[in-house]
Write a protein that binds this ligand. Structure first.
Ligand code: BGC
Length: 490
């Protein structure tokens, strides 16, 4: 097959393609904003008084126990309902990606984000609030399904990792912006929370306009029978005229994909197991690093170790900055050192950080009272070390690897399983973390360390290196060569 052994298809980075990458990555910013905004909003008194008066009462008269201050199922449900909606809608999004294309799916996502921002900012009753969260959630389902696949498909092979990681970079920027917004709006009474929720409309508008400007991916065009447009789109995004080799490879992948009438059925076949298992497990493991315990509840966590309100919000901003900064390391390294080394290095660093936090809290933090200042600072540093290593490994690669390892015929269906596994586990952590912390106390951090050990072993034995392999050539070059997974391929 033309070009099969030549991953270095010709390409230039044009202004237009750069704009496509960045505009699509705004889908990540929306997701990040949603992750980052709810923790701060649920801590605002005005918000609690309006929608959760009983929780507010309890907060005022809480019996002080360091690990249990904020344990409340309804409050956690406000945060987590979004992920349930995203979980379900990612399957619809997979269908939309196939039938309509990646570009319209991103447009649909932005429309839901806009509706969600309007509904939740205008909320007068609890049902409006929850409906707003559900609309956001559907946006996340559509956006998280379409954007990583879009980025992986339009990226030149030698930069695919870096381009795809723009999605994660924008997630981290969204989280950081949300924590800054909350910091500012928490002093605006009584409508600060409305501002926080309404401001999601700004990036949603950029995504909406952006989705009209970006190209459809050549793969999606050819897959739906528009060969001419597909080739033209390929020339446009590669910035060169000589795209025949790459076009042939896309064409061949599409021919093969056309034989498969029911992608979800095909996905259940033995030969689809390698990318499916990897895609699902990377997302499950990503969440069981404990990252969202920190992203959602960093202010609560820092209060737990004894910081005052302001100092803990500030610490959350610091972890947010570390999160953004470290993602650049990944963009730089992923196509040079490869995926596996990043994942393994991070396992070591994350394990040490989580175990050390657990150790300090176990020995030093009593149910009432707080850590001494020096130790509390050490905890903040350890949290930063943890976030840092997550940000250059499991964060971005949890999205990158599942978007690049499925053959075209099962790509969007398989990726939907990865997205929904992420959402399910995020839901679980969002819903359960505060109760787990209340019950398990410092041991919660050992719980996460144990998961990190298991995921390290998983990478050693089962995760193949996909650096530099053309996206439509994974079966031959990756799965058929892997000592374990080759047994699954016919
Ligand atoms: C994860 C999110 C997490 C974020 C942190 C993403 O890759 O999917 O759950 O909050 O990284 O930056």
């Amino acid at each position: 097959m033309a070009g099969t052994n030549n991953p270095e298809f010709k390409s230039k980075i044009t202004v237009y393609v750069l704009a496509c990458w960045i505009l699509a990555a705004f889908g990540g910013l929306m997701f990040g904003y949603d992750i980052g905004i709810s923790g701060g909003v649920t801590a605002m008194d005005d918000f609690l008084i309006k929608f959760f008066p009983a929780v507010h009462e309890r907060k005022l008269h809480a019996v002080e126990d360091n690990y249990c201050k904020y344990d409340d199922q309804y409050l956690q449900l406000f945060t987590s309902s979004l992920y349930l909606a995203a979980l379900v809608s990612s399957f619809g999004a997979s269908k939309a990606c196939n039938i309509l294309g990646r570009k319209p799916t991103i447009l649909i996502a932005s429309a839901f984000f806009l509706a969600g921002a309007a509904m939740s900012a205008a909320a007068e009753y609890k049902w409006m609030l929850i409906l707003g969260r559900i609309l956001f959630g559907i946006g996340v389902g559509f956006g998280n399904e379409a954007v990583p696949v879009f980025l992986s498909e339009i990226a030149p092979v030698q930069h695919r990792g870096a381009v795809n990681i723009l999605f994660q970079l924008f997630i981290t920027i969204g989280i950081l912006i949300a924590s800054l917004v909350n910091y500012a709006t928490s002093t605006v009474h009584p409508y600060g929370w409305r501002l926080s929720l309404a401001l999601a409309g700004a990036p949603a508008t950029v995504l909406f306009v952006g989705s009209l400007i970006i190209t459809e991916t050549p793969t999606s065009l050819v897959e739906r029978g528009n060969d001419k447009e597909g080739k033209a789109a390929l020339k446009k995004i590669r910035g060169v005229d000589s795209v025949d080799d790459e076009y042939e490879q896309i064409k061949m992948a599409c021919e093969q994909a056309k034989q498969v009438k029911h992608p979800f059925k095909k996905l259940m076949k033995r030969s689809s197991m390698p990318p499916l298992i990897i895609g699902i497990m990377l997302q499950v493991f990503q969440q069981f690093t404990g990252i969202n315990a920190i992203m959602f509840y960093a202010p609560v966590l820092f209060q737990t170790v004894g910081f005052k309100n302001d100092a803990s919000l500030l610490s959350a901003v610091i972890t947010g900055i570390v999160n953004v900064g470290s993602t650049f390391v990944s963009i730089y390294a992923v196509d040079k050192v490869g995926r596996r080394k990043l994942l393994l290095q991070a396992c070591v660093q994350m394990f040490i950080a989580q175990a050390a936090i657990g150790g300090i809290l176990l020995v030093q933090l009593k149910p009432t009272g707080s850590l001494d200042k020096g130790l509390a600072a050490v905890v903040v540093v350890l949290v930063c070390l943890f976030v840092m290593s997550f940000a250059w490994s499991w964060g971005p690669l949890g999205w990158l690897i599942p978007s690049e390892t499925f053959p075209l015929e099962t790509r969007t269906a398989g990726f939907a399983f990865a997205v929904s596994s992420n959402m399910l586990c995020t839901f679980f952590i969002a819903q359960a973390f505060l109760s787990m912390m209340c019950n398990m106390k410092a041991f919660i951090f050992f719980f996460f360390s144990a998961w990190i050990l298991v995921m390290g072993l998983f990478v050693v034995f089962l995760v193949p290196e996909t650096k530099g392999v053309p996206i439509d050539n994974m079966v031959e070059r990756v799965w058929k060569q892997h000592p374990v997974w080759k047994k699954f391929i016919d």
